[in-house]
Design a protein around this ligand. Structure first.
Ligand code: FAD
Length: 388
């Protein structure tokens, strides 16, 4: 049930995602988690359903959908298979800049293949010791300016979802022009542009099927790969944070639905229906309220953004914090209400529980996103310049 009115078109996209999730993602989710195998067939189904180009402009072959639709689809996929949803989210995040501000060459040669899903893209941003995520504001390794492009020497990215398997990388790094302020540069690098290595196998606690290994990059990035060379104003954070929030909301919602079915179908040893036990009712009611209020915050932020009434990133930081927290809360509740059966992995709760933990440490880590909200509540006073 959604407490926000969706348009017919938004419902159609949600239903399309739900069909793919039910037919392709859900039946393979436990096996994908167990084997940690990259979900190729699942991604092919998303591509064939037009989901990889959901946000791309129609002029480049995309569906031109808004952020609320994007988050509805991401949430729906995450309910069925969080690993696949995270790969999907990284693709959308990765192609947002090139979709909004392509150069003529990028629009002709690269963008249509990213939007059609012929090429899967991902994000190579985070570096070890650089504070909680690709977007967390910590410094990145520096590239050197050379004739016709930029030289990359031994840049190690600490986590890259789809490492070595993606066709393109949204590559973030620092550039320090002589005598000028350092800049954060962004490139859409194709897989054969640079020499790269995947430095260790992915064996995460959760999100096991998405190959989020560290990678090292070396070589030369031609100028043609530089994103937004004209510095157009592109607001990336709503998509970055909104799709993170939707992924962890989806985990919470998927786990809640399984938990509700489990409680509704269980009779306790003393003969009572589990759903008649008041402590269980209270826990389930609390879980549901937490879920719905996190969802309402995310959907409201997305709807405001789509309506052009967006007042800055605060609502998206709040939604990210609320949704990663509700993911850990509901999966924790499921591990208690599911009892030893959940602990023994005979219910899907422990898989959701492990996947939800990623939300606390990634994207912009929970703590750092929370601090961002705090700083926005108490902005530093502007320092008055005294005339010399
Ligand atoms: C499954 C998974 C997939 C990922 N995929 C990608 C990807 O595709 N692309 C990508 O670029 N990155 C990716 N990441 C990386 C992710 O976004 C984070 O960069 C990474 O998880 C941070 O880990 P770390 O060990 O470097 O944490 P650290 O940065 O060392 O932070 C650890 C903890 O220290 C605290 N902390 C750190 N800095 C601060 C601060 N400034 N203020 C307050 N508290 C702070 C927080 O509690 C934080 O959780 C992925 C991570 C995971 C787990």
């Amino acid at each position: 049930m959604a407490y926000i009115r969706l348009t017919d078109q938004q419902q159609r996209w949600q239903e399309r995602a739900a069909t793919i999730a039910a037919d392709v993602l859900a039946p393979a989710a436990a096996e994908a988690d167990r084997t940690a195998r990259f979900p190729r067939a699942q991604l092919d189904a998303l591509r064939d359903g037009g989901l990889l180009g959901l946000r791309g402009d129609a002029a480049h072959g995309g569906a031109g959908e808004g952020l609320l639709t994007t988050c509805l689809v991401t949430e729906t996929l995450a309910k069925a298979c969080p690993s696949t949803a995270l790969i999907y989210k990284m693709h959308l995040e990765s192609i947002e800049m090139i979709s909004r501000a392509p150069t003529a060459a990028q629009a002709a040669e690269v963008l249509p293949r990213l939007v059609s899903g012929e090429w899967l893209s991902t994000v190579a941003g985070s570096e070890a010791g650089h504070q909680g995520g690709a977007w967390a504001g910590g410094p990145k390794s520096t590239v050197e300016r050379v004739e016709g492009g930029y030289r990359v020497a031994n840049i190690r990215k600490s986590f890259v979802t789809g490492a070595g398997l993606a066709d393109a990388y949204f590559f973030m790094c620092r550039y320090e022009p002589e005598g000028a302020k350092p800049q954060q540069l962004m490139f859409q690098v194709l897989r054969d542009d640079l020499a790269w290595s995947v430095d260790e196998p992915w064996d995460g606690l959760g999100m096991r099927a998405n190959n989020s290994s560290p990678m090292t990059f070396n070589g030369f990035i031609p100028d043609a790969r530089l994103l937004n060379p004209d510095n157009q104003r592109v607001d990336l954070m709503p998509v970055v944070l909104g799709t993170y929030a939707a992924t962890y909301l989806g985990i919470a919602a998927g786990c809640y639905e399984h938990l509700h079915a489990h409680v509704a179908g269980t009779t306790l040893a003393d003969g009572r229906r589990m759903g008649d036990v008041e402590t269980v009712q209270a826990r389930m009611a609390t879980a549901r309220i937490e879920l719905e209020r996190s969802r309402a915050l995310l959907y409201a932020a997305c709807a405001a953004f789509d309506d052009g009434a967006h007042g800055g990133p605060q609502a998206f930081f709040e939604a990210k914090v609320a949704c990663d927290a509700v993911g850990t809360f509901i999966t924790q509740e499921a591990m208690t209400l599911g009892g030893g059966t959940a602990f023994a992995k005979r219910l899907p709760f422990e898989r959701y529980f492990r996947d939800a933990r990623a939300g606390m440490v990634m994207g912009i880590a929970h703590d750092i996103a929370l601090l961002n909200v705090g700083r926005m509540l108490f902005p530093k006073p502007k320092v008055e310049r005294t005339p010399a």
